[in-house]
Structure formats: C-alpha cells, structure tokens
Design a protein around this ligand. Structure first.
Ligand SMILES: NC(=O)C1=CN([C@@H]2O[C@H](COP(=O)(O)OP(=O)(O)OC[C@H]3O[C@@H](n4cnc5c(N)ncnc54)[C@H](OP(=O)(O)O)[C@@H]3O)[C@@H](O)[C@H]2O)C=CC1
Ligand SMILES: O=C(O)CCC(=O)C(=O)O
Length: 476
C-alpha cells in the first residue's frame, strides 16, 4: 500500500505528493509519496500557526491536555497499522516500531495530564500587602525539526509539551519518513485540535526547514539530528535572538569492568549497539574494557553480533532491520574501512550482498584517537577499546566532543557511583543499554551533543516552550 502524504496547513491537507519513499528492506516497494514544501508554503504554515495561537493559548490548559489524551486513544486504536507503516518507511523491526508507537501514545497521555498541573509559584514579597506569583506563558509559534530514526516518538516528544503549553506548532519531519507524522497529526486533528494549532510541512530540510528557522515569527526552534545541521540552525536562530534547542549526536561509551559477567555485558552492548540498527543518538558505539575481561567480552560480543543478522523488519524473528538509506549505509561502510586503515581489526561486519543491509560489526584494537573511536557512525558498529582501570576507562570515555549517554557494566556499587559522578554525559546507565529512555525522565546531552540548556522529555520539557512572567499584585 502506498500512502499519499500532504502538508497540514490551517487544518487542511494541501500540496501535490511527488517525493517517493521506498521500503529500505524491499527495494522497489513504494511506501509513500509525499508533498515537498517551498519557502512560501513554509511561510503560510507559520502564518496559520500565528493566527491560531492566541485562541489556543486562551483555551484552559486542561482542555488543551484532553485533546492530547484523546489523540493518544486514537493512535492506540490504530497502533498496529501505524507500527507497520513505521517499519516499512524506516526499517526498524516490528517489535521496535510497536514499542515506539506505544511510546508516542504514552507521551501524548503524559503531556495531556500536564494540562492539569500547569505551574507557577507564589513567592513572599519584600513589600507589604503585595502578593507575588509567577506564571509560565507560551513562547508563541514554535518550529520543530525532526530526524528519521524515531519518526513518531521524537515528533511526539517535541510537539506534545509545546501544544499543552499553549503554543502553535509547525513541524518539519525528515523527508525519509513522512508517514509516521501523518498518523500522529491525523490523530491530533481527529481528537479536535483546532485548525492551525499544528501545521506540518514535508520536504527538503535545506528548503522547508531553513525557511522555518529563518522566519522571524517563529519564537523557538527545537531540532534533533546531525551536528552539522544543528550548528547551522543554532547560528540562524541565535542571530535573531530566538530560542533554540538542539539534540545532536553521541559517541556513547559502555565501560565493562573485570568483575562483570562477559555474556551479560555483551548482551547489554549488543542491545545498545545493534538494536535499532545502531541508528540512535544514544546507541552504544564504544566499549571500553579493563584488562581481565577484554578477551572474554570480545568472544561474547562476536556471538551476539552473529545473532543480530540484518533482515526485513516485518519478518518474525528479525532482530535487526536494514539501514534506513543508501547514504547511511555508505557512511557505515566507510567507517569500517577507515577503522581498518587506522589499525583496527574488523572481526565482524562484512558487507552484505543485497539491499540496504549492514551486518553487526565488532572492531577491536581501537585506540582512543582513531576516527572510529571519536566520530558518530549511526550504524551497527561497536568499537572495542582497552583501559587499565575504572579511572582510565572514564578518561577514554570523556575524550570525545560528545556527551549524550554513557553506561557501565559492573557489580561494584562504589565503581558505579564513581562512574556516574565523573563521566561526562547527560544520561548514565548502570547495567542497562545506553539507548532506551523513559519518557518521564529529562533527556539531553552535554558538550557537543546538545545546546546544554533546556532538557527534553518529562515535565521539564515544557520549560523550553514557555517563559516565566512574574506578577507583583498590590492588594492594599
Ligand atoms: N541525534 C539523532 O537522533 C540523529 C542524528 N543523526 C546524524 O545525522 C546524520 C545524517 O542524518 P540526516 O537525516 O541527514 O540528519 P539531518 O541533521 O540532515 O536531518 C535532521 C532534520 O533536519 C532537516 N534539515 C536538513 N538540513 C536542514 C537545514 N539546513 N535547515 C533546517 N533543517 C534541515 C532534515 O530534513 P531532511 O529530511 O530533508 O534532510 C531533517 O528533518 C546521521 O548519520 C547521524 O549521524 C541523524 C538523525 C538523528
Ligand atoms: O534511546 C532512545 O530511546 C532515544 C534515542 C534518541 O533520542 C535519538 O536517537 O534521537
């Protein structure tokens, strides 16, 4: 089945679908044909948002929230179809897609509930007979620009806090994955979201995305994607003194200490590194072993890599789907060549003969200054490094420009606490894969992974989409 995907502007579906998306697991099978916005159309979406926003902001927050809650119910009722479409357009396995759709449902529910908890403080005043309180007001029109790797969860975790806070939104999803956002926006529309409160423009990021970023009517831009594009967006949005939130790459380490069980450590590494085909900003891409466990861990990881055979995500039993695009596959393969050229040994991860498939890769003898140890690959590639002890492992873990997620496998409580205290990362996992986040927990990176300001997810996510007004009320 081919989906025809049109923009959503002022409550209407508009545009002529022209951009073809094929199933990465089944070359030649068209999943969707989507419309592509130019600069003028992106401007129309901003205008629609601008005219809808005041009435939306004046709607009681619980009523805004109840629309999100209703959209969650609608999405849940069609979750199987949405998950199948997600697998067909992005490639991840059906189990992974079902988990992601369920996560989007829960995100809508969570922020639906936030409508009842909207916020502010009462504070004592230094003046007599004066009542002081704060309230959080919506920024106005916000733009959200999202990647292909979590095509429904990331849009949901950006637009839900924006909407419940009283903003109107223009969303620009990744060109590779138009269908998931179509489902999300349909659920919100059917749930009663007023026209213009959520607008969706599909198309090329360098055209439609850029137009949103440069539009002076857009008060805040939230972006997830590559460092390169994130930096462009940061420069453009900061230049006009609007708000910008960036979640970008990672080079996430998993430290494995001598006391760990090698098989368990390898399962944790593989789930983080090969799950989702390694296409997560939180994916495990480096494992740093202390000397006593290195060889046993590598043997166990090779056994795990053999289990994660790439296949069609729609087939039962497939543990790892295809790579999402030919461009991404070329990146994965080029990093394996670079790793070998710099002295790494590629023990698993040979080229697959057909389709967009990359087998799970294990690279050993990697040194901290190798490119495979410092640059994001975004594929099922794990580089194994050595360190003398915990402090040495933390030093290696911290020796990259990124700081998104980091993990450790150990039974030593003291070592786990020391790691959590000293590793430079926004998310720390002990005896759990680096990827996989709870939707109610703040998420964001440090160093080059993020803007290091506002966090996403959890109640704090609304902070980016609101500002504080302080009111001094004299009552005498
Ligand atoms: N942290 C993460 O979760 C992700 C990281 N990445 C990293 O980025 C690499 C490339 O992936 P890719 O999908 O190309 O990521 P991009 O950063 O190019 O794309 C992310 C989003 O930004 C849009 N965009 C692209 N250029 C501009 C621009 N000039 N102005 C505004 N918006 C723009 C894209 O649109 P369009 O779809 O048209 O390109 C997409 O919606 C990956 O290999 C990976 O390393 C990628 C995805 C997610
Ligand atoms: O690990 C996760 O659950 C989320 C990963 C993520 O945010 C991303 O890849 O952009």
């Amino acid at each position: 089945m081919t989906r025809e995907v049109r923009h959503l502007i002022g409550g209407e579906r508009v545009g002529t679908p022209t951009a073809v998306r094929e199933n990465p697991a089944r070359p030649g099978e068209t999943v969707a044909v989507s419309a592509a916005a130019d600069t003028d159309l992106a401007g129309l979406a901003v205008a629609a948002a601008q005219s809808a926003q005041p009435a939306w902001a004046a709607t009681p927050a619980p009523a805004r929230g109840s629309i999100l809650t209703e959209a969650a119910a609608l999405l849940l009722a069609r979750a199987d179809q949405v998950a199948t479409d997600l697998t067909r357009e992005e490639g991840k396995t059906l189990a992974e897609a079902r988990g992601e759709v369920r996560r989007a449902v829960d995100i809508l529910r969570f922020f639906g509930g936030e409508g009842w908890r909207a916020n502010g403080q009462t504070l004592p005043s230094s003046l007599p007979d004066t009542f002081v309180y704060t309230k959080r007001e919506p920024v106005g029109v916000v733009a959200t620009i999202t990647p292909w790797n979590f095509p429904i969860a990331i849009p949901a975790w950006k637009i839900a806090p924006a909407l419940v806070s009283g903003n109107a939104v223009v969303l620009k999803p990744a060109e590779l994955t138009p269908v998931s956002v179509w489902h999300l926006s349909e659920a919100l529309r059917e749930a009663g979201l007023p026209p213009g409160v959520l607008n969706v423009v599909y198309g090329d990021g360098a055209v439609a995305g850029r137009a949103l970023v440069e539009d002076p009517r857009v008060g805040a831009v939230s972006f997830t994607g590559s460092v390169e594009v994130g930096q462009l967006i940061h420069a453009a949005v900061s230049a006009r003194r609007a708000r910008v939130q960036l979640e970008m790459g990672g080079k996430n380490p998993l430290v494995v200490l001598d006391d760990a069980d090698p098989a368990r450590a390898a399962r944790i590494a593989a789930a983080g590194g090969y799950g989702l085909t390694g296409q997560a900003c939180t994916a495990t891409s480096r494992v740093i072993c202390t000397p006593g466990i290195h060889d046993a861990f590598v043997d166990a990881l090779l056994a795990e890599a053999a289990r994660y055979q790439p296949g069609d995500g729609q087939s039962p039993g497939t543990l790892m789907g295809p790579v999402a695009s030919a461009e991404q596959l070329a990146v994965d393969r080029s990093y394996l060549r670079i790793a070998a050229d710099q002295g790494g040994q590629v023990l698993a991860g040979g080229a697959e003969p057909d389709g967009l498939r990359q087998s799970a890769a294990v690279v050993v003898d990697v040194k901290p200054d190798h490119r495979i140890a410092t640059e994001e690959v975004f594929g099922p590639v794990i580089a194994v490094l050595r360190a003398d002890d915990l402090d040495g492992a933390v030093a290696v873990a911290n020796a990259v420009p990124f700081g998104l997620a980091a993990g450790i496998v150990t039974n030593d409580l003291r070592a786990a606490h020391r790691f959590a205290d000293t590793v430079q990362a926004g998310v720390v996992k002990v005896n759990r894969p680096t990827s996989g986040l709870d939707l109610n927990v703040p998420f964001g990176g440090v160093k080059g992974s993020s803007t290091n300001t506002f966090r996403e997810q959890g109640s704090v996510a609304t902070e980016f989409y609101t500002w504080t007004k302080s009111v001094y009320m004299g009552v005498d």
